[in-house]
Design a protein around this ligand. Structure first.
Ligand SMILES: *Cc1c(COP(=O)(O)O)cnc(C)c1O
Length: 385
């Protein structure tokens, strides 16, 4: 495939199916699985991935934005979809028409949803968000919020289907903070129930919660990063057996010999220390490949590591291939993934660039076509333009 693409992200659907099986093994069997596919399915391509997820055990989908949910509906995806974040007023009617479920974290949102739904004879489905320690959106778990939720419950054309919270530290070794969040969440729900408000679907766990807090799977788990085969943190590495589903591949477009002393790329920050062979790869930070990997990162060619030399440009980068026997123009280059017995992980790139695997995946840009494979055969491809 590398001959036909400048660069492409290969998404192995078999790995996604494998990860779902692994997730289902550890998940409380009474708990539904909401696969989180915000930010275009963590860069994998939300629509093709959603279809595979829903055919292989995911019960629901979670997105961040109304437009992400609408794009799924327009592609004939019928499963329940929860919007985890904020929806502005001008998108609420569309949200209702497309039967998307909205997270509610303040009274005004519920009132707006109810009003719009009533006007158009629709029903707004909502999940209430409770902040038990993330310090982000959500009702505080206090008496005032009990009153607010009672009020929301009384609004017409509105159905409170779920109530949830979000863990901020479930990926750490010390469980204490998360235990506290769980305690607060359950306590708040008990108070609501004592007041006669019973909400059917309670949920709290992200991937880290799924892996580590089996007492907090409730009626639903919201699993993102693990679906894609990565772990939420080092501390949770290999807790279950996941397979990374995304590879990033390109090929050499130019090879040249340079004399020792030759500067490579902008600013001449790298100078060949000896006579060298330098390959140019047509991938750059304009594709979301981090510039911070300049003279730090590496790629795979013929199953060997080749170090990135000099600054990464917007559309190209250079690697030193002096040591790679038989290297040729057109050779496959793996920037993320495996080649022969060698591997470059998203975690390696995240570590070198001082960030988390999530950000590297989400950063992969729309210039990169996504190629979907099963048993190493292409089954579908998506070009963004
Ligand atoms: C993104 C997100 C998740 C998924 O988190 P992972 O760590 O990727 O599993 C779950 N819940 C909410 C509210 C989120 O925003």
């Amino acid at each position: 495939m590398e001959k036909y693409y400048r660069v492409y992200a290969q998404v192995d659907m078999d790995s996604i199916v494998h990860n779902l099986k692994e997730i289902n093994k550890i998940k409380d069997s009474k708990s539904e699985l909401m696969a989180i596919i915000k930010a275009d399915g963590y860069g994998h391509g939300a629509i093709p991935v959603s279809k595979v997820l829903l055919n292989n055990g995911a019960d629901r989908l979670g997105v961040a934005l109304a437009e992400e949910g609408i794009a799924l509906r327009k592609n004939n995806i019928k499963a329940p979809i929860l919007i985890l974040g904020f929806t502005p007023e001008n998108q609420i009617l569309e949200l209702l028409k497309y039967d998307l479920t909205q997270t509610v974290f303040k009274i005004e949102m519920a009132e707006m949803l109810s009003k719009m739904a009533k006007r158009h004879s629709l029903t707004a489905k909502i999940h209430i968000k409770v902040d038990t320690g993330m310090g982000r959106i959500g009702f505080e778990p206090d008496d005032e919020s009990i009153k607010a939720i009672k009020h929301i419950k009384s609004l017409p054309n509105l159905e409170i289907e779920g109530i949830f919270t979000h863990f901020s530290r479930a990926d750490e070794i010390d469980p204490q903070y998360t235990d506290q969040q769980i305690y607060q969440f359950e306590n708040f729900i008990n108070t609501l129930e004592d007041d006669g408000i019973k909400i059917p679907i309670k949920h709290a766990s992200n991937s880290a919660g799924l892996l580590k807090f089996k007492n907090a799977h409730y009626e639903l788990t919201r699993v993102g990063i693990a679906v894609y085969g990565l772990y939420p943190s080092k501390d949770l590495n290999n807790t279950i057996h996941l397979k990374p589903s995304l590879s990033l591949k390109s090929h050499i477009i130019f090879l040249k010999k340079v004399k020792g002393g030759t500067p490579i790329s902008y600013g001449g920050t790298y100078i060949a220390s000896q006579d060298s062979v330098i390959a140019t790869i047509p991938v750059g930070y304009g594709d979301g490949y981090p510039r911070a990997l300049s003279s730090k990162g590496r790629v795979l060619i013929n199953g060997e590591h080749a170090p990135i030399v000099g600054r990464i440009c917007m559309d190209q980068l250079m690697v030193d291939v002096t040591h790679i026997k038989g290297v040729q123009d057109g050779d496959e280059v793996v920037l993320i993934g495996t080649q022969k017995n060698a591997q470059i992980t998203v975690d390696e790139i995240a570590h070198l660039t001082d960030t988390i695997n999530y950000e590297i995946l989400c950063g992969l840009g729309k210039r990169i076509p996504r190629v979907y494979t099963s048993k190493n055969h292409m089954i579908q491809s998506v070009d963004y333009f």
